[in-house]
Design a protein. Structure first.
Length: 425
RNA sequence: GUGGUCGUAGCUCAGUUGGCAGAGCGCCGGGAUGUGGCCCCGGAGGUCGCGGGUUCGAGCCCCGUCGGUCACCCCA
């Protein structure tokens, strides 16, 4: 129950994933791997901790995540490190270090760590799958990346989610816009929510994303970045929207979408589930980060990517009653009441033939072994009693259909194993 | 970091004005000679989260603490 008993438990905000739930995780990961593979992405593994500067420089000092939520530590050699709070910065660091040919398309699956108070859909260790494309600023790449995420959510059986898309501009147009927005906010500062009356100047864009009614109505007439884009950003954005329309992806234009990391430029997007209650309905998000590679010491290289929260996406599946994955059931369950040596041999030979087979251990009673056989979900029990042992045979008994049981030789049984991994008899 | 709420068996939870710690499910064994599910019988399994206090007596009342959970903030 508690640590007072001296029994350790998983740290606050972390959790174990056991069967049968882990079967969903396996399927989730396999599905993402397969889809990403079809889009030309190769899997990349990077360390779960990095030189802390990777995140300071990459994600930005002013972001909440870097400012107060990182798991930081100093190792025995005095190195200042941090557990990764998100996926992109590490991939970009690896890109800068190895300089693979571009465009470089990487996908990943990894835990992320943030020191926050846990609640529904929020953990200190959560897991993400994601992709990054480095080395192309072609808007078609933005489209492919977004469509990939869209198709993945669809493959999970999700229906009730929305894709929001916005543009964050670039260094050519955003600074001037931010100044004009700051000016606008100064004029109505007293109408903003309590927090933003104090803080609007630090990051004016965030005020647009504030959910408080005060900020909502105060900024009703505020200038929007989307209307202040430079020519290049404008046409990039149009081309992205055009590509998404062509792909049949429904887009919810959201002028106020502002994402948490400082590195985003131009395209930003977010997938939110309407099936999830509360504020934690963001199941995935990402965007373009054309200046990030340089920030981490590489040559000017555009990039774009997204991350999908596995726990959140699975919660959305729960809420929609989709993606119900159950662990595989054995093809057969061996019941041996002659001491277990025959079971040991038979199970071994069936597995060598590629079958998923289970058995009981410890010389339990026949009744209890049949009970276990039934619970295993196997379609048949393979019974070895004294008669079978003496004649080198096994009795095949159907557990899930009405069918007369038959006894045949072990050799005949092995010959009857078909290519689908089932016992045929 | 701030607040609400809940901690009793592996799980879900009862537990009366303070009076011998319970149920269902699960697990193990058995129910006329070698057959699962349904049914019946039996069994194992608890520092009642932890520490202190009040009391003849605390799962129950009081204080503290730890943990879970939900919400704010922020995010996936």
């Amino acid at each position: 129950m508690s640590e007072e008993h001296g029994t350790p438990r998983a740290p606050t905000g972390t959790h174990d994933v056991l069967p049968p739930e882990s079967a969903r995780w396996e399927a989730f990961l396999a599905g993402f791997a397969s889809l990403a593979g079809r889009y030309g992405f190769g899997m990349v593994h990077t360390p779960m901790f990095e030189d802390i500067r990777v995140f300071h420089r990459g994600i930005g000092e002013t972001s909440e995540v870097v400012g107060k939520e990182m798991y930081e530590f100093t190792d025995r050699g005095g190195r200042h490190l941090a557990l990764r709070p998100e996926g992109t910065a590490s991939i970009v660091r690896a890109f800068v270090q190895h300089r693979p040919p571009t465009p470089w398309r990487a996908w990943y699956a990894t835990p992320s760590f943030r020191y926050e108070r846990p609640q529904a859909g929020r953990f200190r260790q959560h897991h993400q799958v994601g992709v990054e494309v480095l080395g192309s600023d072609d808007p078609d790449v933005d489209v492919e990346v977004i469509v990939l995420a869209q198709r993945f959510f669809e493959s999970l059986g999700l229906n009730r989610f929305t894709l929001s898309v916005n543009s964050m501009g670039d260094p050519a147009c955003r600074p001037a816009y931010v100044e004009s927005l700051r000016g606008f906010l100064e004029g109505c500062a007293s109408d903003l929510c309590a927090e933003h009356q104090e803080r609007y100047a630090e990051n004016p864009l965030r005020v647009l994303d504030c959910k408080k009614e005060a900020c909502r109505s105060a900024t009703e007439g505020a200038p929007m970045l989307i209307g202040a884009l430079c020519e290049e950003c404008r046409s990039h954005h149009d081309r992205v929207l055009e590509g998404l329309a062509l792909a049949g992806v429904e887009v919810h234009a959201n002028d106020r979408l502002v994402r948490g990391f400082d590195y985003y430029t131009r395209t930003t997007f977010e997938f939110s589930s309407e099936a999830l209650e509360g504020a934690h309905n963001a199941i995935g998000g990402g965007g373009r980060y054309d200046g990030l590679v340089e920030l981490l010491g590489g040559p000017p290289t555009p990039g774009i990517g997204f991350g999908i929260g596995i726990e959140r996406a699975l919660l959305a599946c729960d809420a929609e009653g989709s993606f119900d994955v159950t662990p595989p059931t054995p093809a057969a369950f061996v019941v041996d009441v002659t001491g277990g040596e025959a079971a040991r041999d038979l199970v071994f030979r069936l597995r060598e033939k590629g079958l998923f087979v289970e058995r009981a251990y410890g010389g339990r009673s026949m009744k209890s072994q049949f009970k276990a056989a039934d619970r295993s979900g196997a379609p048949v029990a393979l019974l070895i009693g004294n008669d079978e042992l003496a004649s080198g045979s096994v009795t095949i008994r159907a557990l899930r259909e009405a069918r007369e049981q038959v006894t045949q030789t072990v050799e005949a049984l092995l010959d009857g194993v078909d290519k689908t991994g089932a016992i045929s008899w």
